[in-house]
Design a protein around this ligand. Structure first.
Ligand code: NDP
Length: 328
């Protein structure tokens, strides 16, 4: 059976192209024990990088893009899944080294899949996507480090992005006072509607700063990296925790050990791609329980598969807000 896919390839001269292509089920990869009919996928920052060939996200060519998907099982030889089950895929190198979910069908490893929580629709799971599930991992990281709402303000950087907007929604729902930093002042009201108590210009954090600054944050969710992360650490209160999950400003971390050795600050790394199944299931169960569906709807929009390549370019140009759901 034929299906459409966002197909990434390099020709013999190494020239890259991304196109909407018709593929046949017989072309799906050998590896995998569950075939799904994809209902929705999404566009994360990493999908933008892959589709626009901005960094070496894709390591096997040709590649079907899409690091996230939700759909119904068509065939399975995996003991946890049977035909008709609704499943979610996030990460595990899908869309990077294994054909992904911006496609009508995907052949995946059952070990990578979680059952869709009953409390979330297929659309909602992709409105959350890897970005939202990573935001939940950051919130769980803060909680496990003992950061409580009564300890003070929590900073969320990259606020209008996928991780940032879901993190604001979750933290405010859980009773935290959230301060957001954004490069889009015109989106301040949107960020307040998600639950931000205050919105700061991201320039206040993105330039080189002193190793120790005035203590302000009980916790931080940072999806930006570079000087922003360094300044966030330098402003974190004694004993506070900074969760670092992204690099939208840069991969570098131009900091000193001062916040860690003089204020006992914890820097907690957050990875969603290879996170073990138990943590994924905990995160998805928490998302079904703790994320306000009205806020999720406010921060997401739907596009057709045929619009995915153009939308990926907008993400790379920093022009979008919130989450993009791709209807297959
Ligand atoms: P988005 O593109 O949706 O959001 C990124 C946001 O970062 C932008 O909306 C913008 O927000 C801000 N930003 C962009 N460029 C800059 C810059 N030069 N300096 C400062 N801020 C900037 O991406 P996602 O939310 O999907 O992902 C965010 C980051 O998290 C990415 O680096 C991604 O790779 C990473 N990530 C990591 C995961 C993991 O497992 N560790 C999983 C998911 C994502 P604003 O305009 O409001 O400032």
């Amino acid at each position: 059976m034929a299906f459409q896919a966002v197909y990434l390839q390099k020709n013999e001269l190494g020239e890259f192209s991304a196109s909407l292509t018709t593929l046949d089920e017989s072309q799906l990869p050998e590896a995998g024990d569950v075939v799904i009919e994809v209902a929705y996928s999404t566009l994360n920052y990493k999908d933008g990088l892959a589709i626009c060939n901005k960094s070496p996200v894709v390591r096997t060519w040709p590649m079907v893009a899409g690091i996230d998907g939700v759909g119904r099982v068509l065939q399975s030889t995996h003991p946890r899944f049977k035909e008709g089950d609704e499943v979610i895929l996030n990460g595990f190198g899908v869309g990077e080294t294994h054909w992904g979910c911006l496609a009508g069908k995907a052949k995946l490893k059952g070990d990578w899949l979680v059952h869709k929580p009953a409390g979330l629709s297929a659309f909602q799971t992709m409105a959350i996507g890897t970005a939202g599930y990573t935001a939940m991992l950051c919130v769980m990281g803060l909680e496990k480090s003992g950061v409580r709402p009564d300890q003070g303000e929590v900073l969320v950087t990259g606020a209008t992005g996928g991780v940032g907007s879901v993190a604001i929604s979750l933290l405010s729902q859980l009773g935290y006072t959230v301060v957001a930093t954004s490069g889009k002042p015109e989106q301040a009201e949107f960020l307040k509607s998600l639950g931000a108590a205050e919105v700061l210009d991201r320039n206040t954090l993105s330039a080189p700063g002193k190793p120790l600054q005035k203590e302000r944050w009980a916790g931080v969710v940072d999806s930006v990296g570079s000087h922003t992360l360094a300044n966030a650490c330098a402003q974190t209160k004694y004993g506070g925790t900074v969760t670092a999950c992204g690099l939208a400003q840069g991969m570098d971390f131009p900091s000193s050990v001062a916040p860690f050795i003089l204020r006992g600050v914890t820097l907690k790394g957050i990875d969603s791609v290879m996170a073990p199944l138990a943590i994924r299931e905990e995160a998805w169960a928490r998302l079904a329980k703790d994320l306000d569906p009205a806020k999720l709807e406010r921060l997401s929009r739907e596009i057709p598969l045929s619009g995915a390549i153009e939308a990926a370019a907008q993400i790379m140009a920093g022009q979008h807000t919130g989450r993009v759901v791709v209807k297959i």
